[in-house]
Design a protein around this ligand. Structure first.
Ligand code: TXA
Ligand code: MG
Length: 317
């Protein structure tokens, strides 16, 4: 069931049920992080392997403190600037956090979402909410309540509708347990902003491999059912095989080909493109084209994270 009943969402979460909640990045599939049965249900609904840990969500950085230890001073600096916001920090966890949340790791991913409804729900609870993105494992993240309903509606007791997600990409994940901090996932907060806040570059510290610390980093992830291909110059693309093709464009775009085109941002605004990315991918995926063709965006601001999602969505086994 979809609705805007915050009191109902709070009530269900207190009872140990799973509720989909809106955040500024993507929708999350939330449950009491301190209740192992509730957390197990998240894994079941998502069909998520138990080795893939969850982010714990809190209403403020102050509320995070009792659950973690040895907070690095620079992590305090990041928290003061970006919490609430699209930043997830890995910190050393305290014993009270069940191992199922972190898949046995001593580090816990924590985040304060910047969405009024999520914050209202979190403030009313005396426990954090474990919440992965509210999509079946490996698929594109949901940026509206309807996306969640389509894929997980039957299994999810309640979907709290907070409108379309403002940012549209998952949070940026930084391992803050040790200096220099490491970037585990590019996301809705640009590295430029993080580096400006820290006064240091993190560029060398991006973890990139296919045996990842953050399984969102698997080579193939965020997959569409329709094969996705990335070409260098979308305007020059020729549909020689006469397949039914959809194009995902960006900025000033023209083609003479007879193809269906969605533009992530006609005015070439990267933030707007981020907001539209998953919605547009889903929209194209639902129409049974033979192929979706796209190009990388300029690699500045959220462009890097968008290109990261596109490469993973395009990855073939
Ligand atoms: O924006 C977001 O981060 C959204 C919203 C709902 O908050 N959540 C989200 O969660 O994207 P999820 O589970 O789809 O992606 C979280 C990523 C996963 O790749 C997971 O492996 C990694 O974070 N992660 C979580 N806890 C971790 C830990 N203790 N150590 C390493 N990686 C961790
Ligand atoms: Mg996810």
């Amino acid at each position: 069931m979809i609705g805007k009943d915050i009191a109902l969402a709070i009530d269900l979460l207190k009872k140990g049920e799973v509720v989909a909640i809106p955040t500024e990045t993507v929708y999350g599939l939330a449950a009491n992080a301190l209740n192992e049965t509730a957390v197990l249900n998240i894994f079941k609904i998502k069909n998520r392997p138990s080795f893939d840990p969850l982010i714990a969500h809190f209403s403020s950085f102050e509320k995070i403190k009792p659950y973690v230890k040895n907070i690095h001073p620079k992590a305090e600096t990041l928290a003061a600037e970006f919490m609430p916001g699209p930043l997830t920090m890995l910190l050393e966890k305290q014993e009270i956090v069940p191992d199922i949340v972190t898949s046995g790791s001593k580090k816990m991913a924590v985040r304060v979402p910047k969405h009024p409804m999520a914050l209202e729900v979190l403030s009313a609870l005396n426990f954090p909410l474990a919440a992965p993105s509210a999509n079946p494992f490996g698929f594109v993240s949901p940026t509206s309540a309807l996306h969640v309903e389509k894929q997980l509606g039957e299994k999810t007791p309640y979907i709290l509708d907070g409108g379309e997600c403002e940012i549209g990409l998952e949070s940026t994940i930084i391992d803050c347990t040790e200096w220099p901090f490491k970037v585990l996932r590019l996301g809705g907060l640009s590295l430029e902003k993080i580096e400006a806040c820290l006064g240091e570059s993190l560029g060398q510290n991006l973890i990139q491999n296919s045996n990842p610390t953050a399984p969102g980093q698997l080579d193939k992830h965020y997959a569409t059912h329709t094969p996705l291909y990335i070409v260098e110059n979308l305007c020059a693309y020729k549909n020689i095989d006469k397949k039914t093709i959809a194009m995902l464009a960006f900025g000033d775009f023209e083609t003479n080909e007879d193809v269906f085109v969605l533009n992530l941002s006609k005015k070439g605004d990267i933030d707007e493109a981020a907001q539209n990315l998953f919605k547009n991918l889903r929209h194209l995926d639902e129409q049974n084209f033979d192929e979706i063709i796209t190009s990388f965006l300029p690699a500045n601001g959220l462009g890097k994270a968008i290109n990261d999602r596109l490469s993973r969505a395009a990855h073939k086994d």
